[in-house]
Design a protein. Sequence first.
Length: 83
Amino acid sequence: MRSETVTANKTFNEKQYGGWLAMNIGANPAKVYGIELQPGEGLSSESIMHLNPGDTWEEPIEIEITQPGAVRLLRTIATPKSR
């Protein structure tokens, strides 16, 4: 699991991660994956698409911060599927 706090606009393009959870921990609205989150609200990749263990999230995750603001992003590190 990787945890990051985002305080400025950022796009995550890495493809070694699976599911994710974003929480608006700031005092102003923020956008995650184009969806506006009010302070205290969250969004999970599971709300958008179901991923099986070992699957990776292939889409960019865009985070837009309204200053001052912050989003905590948690992402699971994908492990190769066993055969």
